[in-house]
Design a protein around this ligand. Structure first.
Ligand SMILES: C[S@@+](CC[C@H](N)C(=O)[O-])C[C@H]1O[C@@H](n2cnc3c(N)ncnc32)[C@H](O)[C@@H]1O
Length: 355
């Protein structure tokens, strides 16, 4: 259906305003720049270069950030804590506009070709107790794992990070360059011990795999992190280092096409865990139903454990669920709610979920 330019522009403008409200508590700079962009036709035009399914505000801001991280000299740099020291007191808006117009061609190319595919290892804060819970319940000492929407595959290394669960203790590899700090909320202690199952098989799938050994891809991963979030940048740099050292099979393609082969080539003598974080919200309902059908079908060969965020929940404070498929029989359990970047976790004690 034909939509007028005006309707499309108004929709993009609204997306920038909504994004500004969401990002304000996390990054004031981005809130200011998003509100300014919402009122600026030229900048909205540039942002609209994004593919239809991609979020324009995140892509415009990440594209600008990636050029700055790549060393572009401009007065805008001073406002980005990831590129410079202390940001000046005055408004960043005119510098941002000037930067966007100066580098318009490059920005358009990045926005047209890149995707919003933040790979945040803070999400491993929910994976570690979830894997431990599945292992405790099944009595498994080794597991195989497949990740849907793996991006650069950084969360496939959840067992190679160090964890500091405030009030509970420290776990994981003390030599790891990645430390994930998480506050534990609520009454129930998450299953956390020093012994986690050994991961014998790691494989991920993504529509567009980011390669950590490629400088431009690694820079894009940093560009997707807000410029003021030093700890997330540090964690990401450590995770990229680990990712470069431990290479896994990362398959580029659509999960619906690739998952059947991934399932059938995984070891069948150890528990098979399929997991995802912050992916299902990007899939239409029919695709999620298809995904369930594929896993259910494979469960006639071996039981499959599916860990994922409840697709019906809003993105903020997601709920993590464990869906067990055994010979077509499905059992669903709610494990935890958590903050999207792993700053807190509320373990719900493996409560059953009604279907
Ligand atoms: C928001 S990112 C999250 C990445 C990672 N799971 C994390 O939490 O750090 C969502 C990822 O899902 C991927 N994705 C979306 N639809 C997909 C599909 N149909 N098949 C495979 N990957 C998909 C995207 O390309 C993107 O890398």
């Amino acid at each position: 259906m034909y939509e007028s330019r005006r309707v499309v522009t108004v929709r993009t403008e609204r997306k920038f305003r909504r994004y500004a409200d969401w990002v304000e508590p996390k990054c004031e700079l981005y809130a200011t720049l998003s509100r300014a962009t919402a009122e600026d036709r030229r900048l909205l035009e540039i942002a609209r270069e994004a593919r239809p399914e991609q979020p324009e505000p995140e892509l415009l801001l990440a594209a600008v950030h990636s050029l700055l991280l790549d060393g572009k000299e401009h007065r805008l740099r001073a406002f980005y804590p990831s590129c410079a020291g202390t940001p000046p007191e005055d408004s960043p808006v005119s510098s941002f506009r000037d930067f966007c117009l100066t580098y318009e061609t490059e920005l358009r190319r990045i926005i047209r070709t890149r995707r919003c595919q933040t790979n945040d290892v803070g999400r491993s804060a929910v994976l570690r107790p979830a894997f431990e819970h599945v292992a405790n319940t099944t009595g498994a000492e080794t597991v195989a794992q497949l990740e849907i929407g793996t991006s650069a595959g950084l969360n496939l290394n959840w067992d190679r990070y160090q964890y500091d669960f405030a009030g509970v203790g420290s776990f994981g590899d003390t030599d790891s360059p990645v430390t994930i700090q998480t506050t534990v909320r609520g009454e129930t202690r998450p299953p956390l011990s020093q012994s986690v199952p050994t991961v014998k098989h790691r494989c991920g799938v993504d529509l567009n795999v980011l390669d950590v050994t490629d400088e431009a891809d690694a820079r894009w991963l940093h560009a997707l992190v807000h410029p003021n979030q030093h700890r997330r940048h540090e964690r990401l740099a450590g995770a990229i280092e680990i990712g470069r050292e431990h290479r896994h099979q990362l398959i580029e393609g659509d999960v619906i096409e690739e998952l059947p082969r991934m399932l059938s080539t995984a070891p069948d003598d150890i528990p098979l865990i399929v997991f995802s974080t912050h992916v299902l919200y990007q899939l239409p309902e029919e695709t999620i139903a298809e995904l369930r059908a594929i896993i259910s079908c494979h469960s006639s060969t071996q039981p499959v454990h599916w860990l994922s965020i409840d697709p019906e929940e809003a993105l903020s404070d997601p709920t993590y669920r464990w869906v067990q498929f055994d010979d077509g029989v499905v059992k669903e359990t709610q494990l935890a709610t958590f903050e999207s970047y792993g700053t807190w976790l509320n373990w719900s004690g493996a409560r059953g979920v009604q279907n």
